[in-house]
Design a protein around this ligand. Structure first.
Ligand SMILES: Cc1ncc(COP(=O)(O)O)c(C=O)c1O
Length: 441
């Protein structure tokens, strides 16, 4: 055996996967960035709501008391200022926020909406919920919507595009907006996973026509469940208000007749409760701190692995605007990525390979069986059958329609960057990646 072969065998033997000592023996933190920071600030604001017994944002015992400000309203004001947008409307989830945006934009039965192949399935659900159908767009090496693939999906029925700032990183909004403007399409940003991120100096959620954020427990800031719609457009905002509150409690004069035809229509109930608003308010005040910590950790890890041969890092459209919730790199082939992923897991690192055809993950179109099968809760197969009747063309979804997504994700390794990591944890993560790279690449 040559010395080089001996070295390679020794390096492999040292991997935790084969019984060696873990590179990172310290515990990992679950990826609940804001959730793990819930503390006195949230408690105080929740207690204020309970003390006032004013549990509903639009009315209650504190109504008419000048000093009383709804917690939901206060949250909206601070969120709007943080994102740098004219209007913020609190809702009860990002899914309902997306439905609100779609209806506000006039998207409904017979329309097509373009969504990326890499996003949580809820982005598609919202489209189907309004009676439209999704067109699935491939992603590029940013792991967000590929503008070149996007333009090819536009048909006379396309009404909107939903770019998703996936895993904390901004989409390439300039070309997406340019394409949308050329074809007269609305742009609805899905910012569920990237609250506080930015693109070329503007915060995500302030760039498209409107946007939806999530406050679900996994997200950067959280109230357990919840969401926010943002827009600069006063008309979209008014329509969003109608969609989110069928009871029209938001109107100063609830029963006033419409000033224009179709101004008043049947909405839903997507309102946010005061107790939720209290937690969301405390959390929005923690956003900058969370982002600063994740960005510092990511930079520390990257600084120690950037030079490794064989690692190709996810391209960021604006590195300064990355929320830094995750670090991604691509390896040469899927088999290697699967092995690498298992090895870093065994080393105690908070990560692994990003895609496995055999493991269901509703963040990847490949696993969206509901869409692939055009499954419908209705006997007549609405909305797919309705769309097919209008166009005379069967809708076809396939697990191979987005080859770049399949290729990139099957070669990708992802690491969660929790705010609670210490500097030492970050050094150990970097050490683990270097150790596995030395043995396997
Ligand atoms: C990209 C994306 N969009 C939408 C959603 C839906 O969010 P919610 O659970 O608040 O409805 C999620 C949630 O995971 C998401 O990750």
């Amino acid at each position: 055996m040559t010395n080089a072969m001996n070295d390679a065998t020794t390096l492999k033997d040292a991997l935790a996967l084969y019984g060696g000592a873990k590179a990172k023996p310290t515990p990992n933190h679950p990826m609940f960035p804001g959730g793990l920071e819930v503390g006195d600030e949230e408690r105080q604001l929740v207690l204020e709501v309970l003390a006032s017994r004013h549990l509903f944002r639009y009315y209650g015992p504190a109504m008419g008391i000048a000093a009383h400000v709804s917690k939901v309203e206060q949250f909206e004001t601070e969120f709007r200022e943080k994102i740098g947008v004219n209007h913020a409307l609190a809702v009860n989830s990002c899914t309902s926020g997306l439905i609100t945006c779609l209806i506000a934009c006039g998207v409904g039965p017979g329309c097509e909406v373009i969504v990326p192949a890499y996003t949580f399935f809820a982005t598609c659900s919202a489209v189907v919920a309004v009676g439209a159908v999704p067109r699935i767009c491939d992603v590029d090496d940013t792991l967000t919507m590929d503008p070149t693939a996007l333009e090819k999906l536009i048909t006379p029925r396309t009404r909107a595009i939903i770019p998703v700032h996936m895993r904390g990183a901004p989409c390439d909004m300039d070309p997406i907006l340019a394409i949308a403007r050329t074809h007269g399409l609305k742009v609805i940003e899905d910012v569920a996973q990237a609250c506080g991120g930015a693109y070329k100096g503007r915060r995500l959620g302030a760039i498209g026509d409107c946007a939806a954020f999530s406050l679900q427990y996994h997200k950067i800031i959280t109230s357990g469940e919840g969401g926010v719609v943002t827009t600069n457009d006063p008309d979209l905002y008014e329509r969003a208000l109608w969609v989110h509150d069928a009871a029209a409690c938001w109107r100063p004069n609830r029963f006033a007749s419409a000033a224009q035809p179709n101004q008043i229509f049947c909405g839903y109930n997507f309102r946010m409760a005061e107790l939720t608003g209290a937690v969301a308010l405390a959390q929005v005040r923690k956003l900058e701190g969370l982002l600063a910590r994740m960005r510092e950790h990511k930079a520390r890890i990257l600084g120690q692995i950037r030079d490794l041969p064989g690692l190709e890092f996810r391209r960021l459209t604006d590195p300064a605007g990355d929320t830094a919730i995750a670090l991604f790199f691509y390896l040469a082939d899927p088999r290697l990525a699967r092995r690498f992923g298992e090895a870093i897991k065994a080393e105690g690192l908070p990560g692994g390979s990003a895609f496995d055809q055999d493991i269901p993950d509703w963040h990847i179109y490949y696993h969206w069986d509901q869409i692939m099968q055009k499954a419908s809760p209705f006997a007549d197969g609405f909305p797919y059958t309705y769309h097919e009747k209008l166009t005379g063309v069967p809708l076809q979804y396939s697990k191979t329609s987005c080859p770049q997504c399949n290729d990139l994700l099957s070669r990708a390794i992802t690491i969660d960057i929790a705010p609670r990591l210490t500097s030492e944890d970050c050094n150990l993560i970097a050490r683990g990646i270097r150790k596995v790279a030395a043995a396997l690449l």
